[in-house]
Design a protein around this ligand. Sequence first.
Ligand code: PMV
Length: 328
Amino acid sequence: MHQALAIAHPNIAFIKYWGNRDHMLRIPSNDSISMNLGGLTTRTQVTFESGLVNDRLTLDGIETSGNALSRVGALLERVRAMSGIQLFAHVQSENNFPSGTGIASSASAFAALSLASATAAGMQLEERDLSRLARTASGSACRSVPAGFVEWQAGMDHSSSFAVSIAPPSHWSLVDLVAIVSREHKCTGSYEGHQLANTSPLQACRLKDAPKRLEICRRAILDRDFEALAEVVELDSNMMHAVIMTSNPRLQYWQPATLAVMLEVSRWRKTGIPVCYTIDAGPNVHVLCESKHAGEISMQLTSLPGVLEILNSHPGGAARLESNPVDD
Ligand code: PMV
């Protein structure tokens, strides 16, 4: 039976990926650093079957076609070329976090799909090869392959662009409280966004300064220095959104409630509460703090106007086969 079941977590970037050197292979313009979001999980089963005449995709129990199936099919095509298997596959995937909350599920989806499909096709890929494979489907998915706190080395080509773990999940009990302010699907996906990055006059400055931010962020994680992390994470998020807002055509992912949460979080930090925000290509706000402050901050977030729901997550493990569960 050519079947395997894998699970993976989404991740939140502390130092963001925005813009590619190579759009086809998703070789990014800068290195990035992220944390896997334990507690939020995608579970994907892949079965290569002799009776199929096409690849099939079932997402949260619903047979799916269109763009989602094309992206899955492209990754399966790569796996067929690598392994020599010639069968089509049925992919069944579920998220344990509410769908439509705007949480980027493509990272966990393609990390889980890479592991499940490679295993079902009879391959035992090393972590780096899995990370490379996941990257070709969604850049940030390469960071959901290794465990905990992860750095994606941009590299120059397919073989040099992959992610590695810089610290395990147990290293630091950070919490990501995701303040959901909209459940709408974003109007411009990140694939189009990455292609516009170089049209912003600010992208060159953002890239030039990236090695410094990466160094500060890496050091802050290794030293568990929340104050240093908070400053660089907010700076990096603001820099990415400055590029996004000044590209041609310009994009805008924030909504009024996004800004309301950002302002409150900044105000809390000024009063001495160790907390910071970061925002991906969507309106929801990731609010980071150490676990000892999470209860109080979560309560305060819930009371803000426009906050619909809070998802609570902690540093998560690597993408793994379901037969090898770990505690997170
Ligand atoms: O992997 P993509 O194409 O979904 O791009 C992710 C882009 C951001 O989430 C905005 C930043 C990041 O590094 O995750």
